[in-house]
Write a protein that binds this ligand. Structure first.
Ligand code: ZN
Ligand code: ZN
Length: 318
């Protein structure tokens, strides 16, 4: 690598790191942090906590503890990883869209329905949100059920304190899988809607954040990874995963293993029988068995999944 390529790569990675605060596509966009703080105030107010609000919001062990530093280093490392190993392949999404469109044309000829511009935007956004959410659930379920995938996903669950950056504490292998899933869903749906709308999609300005994503993040998505137990009324928790329901997902109690695996919608958990409501749960602790040893450092989080998989293979062939 030449010196200025290295410099450019570092610069791009820095931009991605900063985008966590200034891009509306990120959960950690400062506006969402502000609305999250307001919702946190509501929880604080109702809990009749005696300490000051700022102290309640920023406990040292949550923001400056060992677990948090692993989160922060993962954010920086994954930004670099994204520039080098993921960024160059994002174009694949457009190829998938192109070939999906070609395939439909060949199979069915010209589409008999022809969606208008507004219809296309509405249906396309709904389809992306619902299908995206379903595939996120499915991949998440597989990560919990397939032992070698669980080794990588354990990195996210190894956090013993949750803060909004824990969202991005994921192993680079999981990052690759998640991006492949997003490209696939984006590509196939874009291809289908391009076909159904007689290539209107090409002319649409691609909205980075759709309305649903914005509402979701506005409603305190940041509090999912936090110590603040924001719950929704029970009937809403059957539709949308509340922050506390995601905290239950991180619980180290066997009762909560493989529960609440949904991202935005709770309906998949409800359909597959993995939904747990907030009202059934009180105090929880976060982490996995190996949280305090193997997964307590940045390097430990990067290497342990590979070491664990290697060891299980060795056992298998002994
Ligand atoms: Zn999980
Ligand atoms: Zn999580």
């Amino acid at each position: 690598m030449e010196l200025n390529t290295i410099f450019e790569t570092l610069n791009e990675a820095l931009e991605i790191s900063l985008s966590y605060l200034i891009s509306p596509k990120r959960r950690t966009y400062f506006i969402y942090l502000v609305t999250s703080a307001l919702l946190a105030y509501y929880v604080y107010f109702r809990s009749k906590n005696k300490q000051g609000f700022l102290q309640y919001l920023f406990p040292k062990k949550v923001w400056l503890g060992k677990s948090a530093f692993v989160d922060y280093s993962m954010v920086i490392f994954n930004s670099l990883f994204k520039v080098i190993f993921i960024g160059p392949y994002l174009i694949l999404g457009l190829y998938i869209a192109f070939y999906t469109n070609e395939f439909l044309l060949e199979k069915f000829g010209y589409a008999t329905v022809n969606l208008g511009k507004t219809e296309t935007i509405i249906y396309y956004t709904i389809a992306l949100t619902v299908m995206g959410d379903f595939f996120t659930y499915l991949i998440h379920l597989l990560m919990h059920k397939i032992p070698f995938l669980w080794e990588f996903h354990k990195v996210h669950h190894s956090a013993t304190e949750l803060n909004p950056f824990t969202q991005y504490r994921i192993h680079p292998i999981e990052l690759l899988i998640n991006n492949a899933k997003s490209l696939f869903v984006f590509g196939v749906l874009t291809g289908i809607f391009d076909y159904l709308s007689n290539h209107q999609i090409n002319k649409l300005i691609f909205l980075g954040v759709n309305v649903f994503g914005f509402v979701f993040m506005f409603l305190g998505a940041n509090l999912r990874h936090s110590h603040i137990k924001l719950t929704y009324p029970t009937f809403i928790e059957k539709l949308l995963i509340s922050p506390f329901q995601h905290q239950i997902h991180h619980s180290n109690s066997p009762d909560h293993f493989d529960k609440n695996m949904g991202s935005k919608l709770a309906i998949w958990d409800w359909m597959f029988g993995t939904l747990v409501l907030s009202k059934t749960t009180k105090d929880i602790e976060f982490g996995v068995e190996e949280s305090h040893d193997k997964f307590s450092t940045f390097w430990g989080n990067l290497a342990t999944p590979f070491i664990n998989i290697y060891n299980s293979f060795r056992k298998l062939f002994k």
